[in-house]
Design a protein around this ligand. Structure first.
Ligand code: SF4
Length: 458
């Protein structure tokens, strides 16, 4: 069967993956990890193709022409809350052209039976891209589905919910070579091209605003991850973005992976982790294995708020984590969530003060959005900050996000933009960025990303 893995076209550059969606905050766009993983799974039994309309910046008309020329039997598409009206129109048209359509995305993560009832073009909503459900669907073997919502042959819609939420999982080797060679940009990459790789799935922590914590937590065997890394090395890739949401959460496994990377000796990479997870032993191993940048969740400068949203650490642990990372020679990205219901101008000022005190190399501000399936969404609905039926939202902050109890949306957005400018336009900071670029290519990439970020925050 000819199967197309699709990142559909859109009016803006959208990042839709891992049951989240947003507009890009600067210029970055990495490989959609759902499609990367599914490429191996589908290729194990079918003729698989990839069309990433975001990376190729394809218009809907151009995308339609490419799909018509390919004439796939089935399409497995990303969809997102950030782009839902566009996605549903595009995919309904593909269905009308005779193609079976399955989709995965945040907007299908909650009330999925209702979504399928409203969208007759949609046959299957995948809720987990690490299992074999897509293969069962392609051959109409619905009895084997684990974690999907399916439209049965008799028209009944059923949410199947029996997938393992912990343990290990294996996927056939992802087919990185099917993705475009250019069109992806990653702000923290020290060289291009880069590959986006996942060695675990979900997250064991319960942060109430985060969808990843609702997925359970499963790991891939380290040997599988290293085989995938050797595959991208054979394609000439030496830079990796690990999409694992908390690198090192199983420390023995992370140390084994780092040993494998260090033995290869030719890789540089970026990973997410938590300030309280990466101890000295792990940071040392990561640095020796080629890690240059750590993306660390801070979220808030306020201990009470960290506790209320169940982060499981306090600001003291955050300070210690950043000190450790810098001591091991790693660049840090501090990610903060802004616009939570309690937010006011004072708390935003404290957030910026903490980012400056931590001496983060990059500041990442994410708008609080009521992600589907999270406790925070339920809370926001109860507080009247959003409606149960609100489907369009954007953590990138281009458009749709929540007002707070104290700030209108326009005020919130203006204050967030001011924070970005105050952080990035410090002369000493700009000098540091200039001096730290390892080569002309990295300098050009950083300049491009920086300008795109500032344009969005004027
Ligand atoms: S630790 Fe990070 S990925 Fe895990 S639930 Fe919390 S915010 Fe989400």
């Amino acid at each position: 069967m000819k199967v197309l893995l699709l990142n559909p076209p859109g009016e803006r550059v959208y990042i839709r993956d891992y049951l989240c969606s947003k507009t890009t905050k600067s210029n970055y766009l990495f490989h959609p990890i759902d499609l990367v993983v599914l490429s191996g799974t589908v290729a194990s039994a079918h003729d698989v193709h990839v069309l990433d309309c975001m990376a190729e910046r394809l218009s809907p008309a151009a995308a339609r022409a490419r799909i018509d020329a390919l004439a796939p039997d089935a399409i497995v598409s990303l969809v997102g809350a950030v782009s839902w009206p566009e996605d549903r129109a595009f995919l309904a048209d593909q269905h009308a052209r005779g193609r079976r359509v399955a989709a995965i995305g945040d907007v299908l993560h909650e009330h999925s039976e209702r979504r399928l009832a409203e969208e007759p073009w949609l046959e299957l909503a995948l809720h987990d891209f690490s299992n074999q459900d897509v293969l069962h669907w392609l051959v109409h073997d619905q009895s084997e589905l684990e974690e999907s919502t399916v439209r049965r042959a008799d028209g009944r819609i059923e949410r199947v919910h029996r997938g393992a939420r912990k343990g290990t999982f294996r996927v056939p080797l992802p087919r990185h070579e099917l993705f475009p060679r250019s069109g992806y940009h990653f702000s923290f990459a020290r060289r291009e091209p880069f590959a986006t790789i996942l060695t675990d799935y979900g997250c064991p922590y319960p942060c109430t605003f985060c969808v990843i914590g609702t997925l359970g937590f499963k790991t891939r065997p380290v040997e599988d991850a290293l085989a995938e890394i050797d595959h991208v090395r054979a394609l000439g890739v030496r830079e990796i973005f690990f999409m694992d949401q908390t690198f090192g959460v199983v420390k023995s496994r992370a140390l084994e992976l780092c040993r494998g990377l260090e033995e290869r000796g030719d890789l540089s990479w970026t990973a997410f982790t938590r300030p309280d997870t990466a101890d000295d032993e792990l940071l040392d191993a990561m640095h020796r294995a080629g890690c240059h940048t750590l993306i660390l969740g801070v979220e808030s400068a306020d201990d009470a708020r960290l506790a209320a949203y169940r982060k499981g650490y306090n600001v003291g642990a955050v300070r210690d984590g950043f000190l450790r990372a810098h001591r091991h020679g790693l660049r840090t990205v501090g990610t903060f969530i802004v616009g939570l219901p309690e937010e006011d101008a004072d708390s935003l000022r404290r957030t910026l003060d903490l980012a400056l005190e931590l001496d983060v190399d990059f500041l990442s501000l994410n708008m609080a959005v009521p992600r589907f399936g999270t406790a925070f969404r339920r809370q926001a609905v109860e507080m009247g900050l959003c409606d149960e039926d609100d489907l369009v939202m954007d953590q990138g902050g281009a458009d749709a996000f929540l007002p707070t109890k104290h700030l209108e949306r326009a005020q919130m957005l203006a204050l967030k933009k001011e924070m970005v400018r105050r952080f990035y336009l410090r002369p000493r900071y700009l000098m540091r960025r200039l001096r730290s670029a390892g080569n002309a290519g990295e300098l050009a990439r950083q300049a491009r990303e920086g300008l795109a970020l500032l344009r969005r925050n004027l």
